[in-house]
Design a protein around this ligand. Structure first.
Ligand SMILES: [Zn+2]
Length: 90
């Protein structure tokens, strides 16, 4: 398993799965939305049929916790700060 050290900045439209459960950023609260990104090896032809399984046998990578809104990795200091809601260089 590989820990990826920083966010890639790449976004891709999800096949099958929607991110509608992720709430819009609320600047009034400044709450971060912590998540983890994982990657699995799949056979696209099997995956598109809906027969593929995402489990530990084909898990390739998993990242450290990152905020969905500001795209910064978790640190105790960042968690104490308000989320700015967008990717920043600070
Ligand atoms: Zn954030």
């Amino acid at each position: 398993m590989t820990i990826i050290p920083k966010p890639t900045g790449f976004m891709q439209e999800l096949y099958k799965f929607k991110d509608k459960e992720i709430p819009e950023f609320d600047p009034r609260t400044g709450d971060h939305y912590w998540h983890i990104i994982a990657n699995w090896k799949v056979d696209p032809l099997v995956w598109l049929k809906g027969d593929s399984h995402l489990d530990s046998e084909n898990l390739l990578t998993i990242t450290a916790p990152c905020c969905y809104y500001c795209e910064r990795f978790y640190t105790p200091l960042l968690a104490k700060r308000r989320c700015k809601g967008g990717a920043t260089s600070e």
